[in-house]
Design a binder for this molecule. Structure first.
Ligand code: MG
Length: 168
């Protein structure tokens, strides 16, 4: 049995994910956390993230962002990436922000996949919303703010057991 904050999948990075393979299986959209999923915490959109999202969009995937960060941060990032749909102050692990974003994209929760770096917000929320959840390794843990560092400490035993294969 998989605890509610454990991801369906765990990968190194969004940048290596096989989107083509998932699109063949019916994937229509991808939702991302920003901080430490696409770029380090509070870092602006860089060439890599912009190029990556543009390439996914060119494949025909609908893209969006669900972030617990504030509007100026999320809006600036979404606009720098070609005007993505977004939800800010999403209150993850509430499922509401994910549902709101799916509605904006015009897709059902079953047609999208979500990527995030934190168990107790990102992954738990996606699971509650009924969205396939993918945990990624944080891009740069040293950019975490203290509140997030504390949560990473709490994540440790769960991640340890998850990586051992106990919850799969
Ligand atoms: Mg994050």
């Amino acid at each position: 049995m998989r605890p509610p904050m454990c991801p369906a999948r765990y990968i190194e990075s969004v940048y290596g994910f096989d989107f083509d393979g998932e699109m063949k299986k019916g994937l229509k959209g991808a939702i991302f956390d920003i901080d430490n999923t696409l770029v380090p915490h509070d870092a602006p959109a860089d060439e890599r993230s912009r190029g990556f999202l543009a390439a996914l969009s060119a494949k025909g995937l609908r893209l969006g962002i669900v972030s617990n960060n504030r509007e100026p941060r999320v809006k600036a990032f979404a606009e720098a990436c070609g005007g993505l749909d977004y939800v800010f102050l999403a209150g993850k692990p509430s499922p509401e922000g994910y549902r709101k974003l799916c509605a904006k994209l015009g897709l059902s929760e079953k047609e999208v996949i979500f990527f995030g770096d934190q168990l107790f917000t990102d992954i738990w929320g996606a699971n509650r919303a009924g969205i396939e959840s993918v945990l990624v390794k944080p891009i740069d843990k040293s950019s975490d703010i203290p509140r997030i560092r504390f949560k990473r400490y709490l994540e440790k035993p769960i991640l340890y057991l998850y990586k051992k294969g106990i919850f799969r």
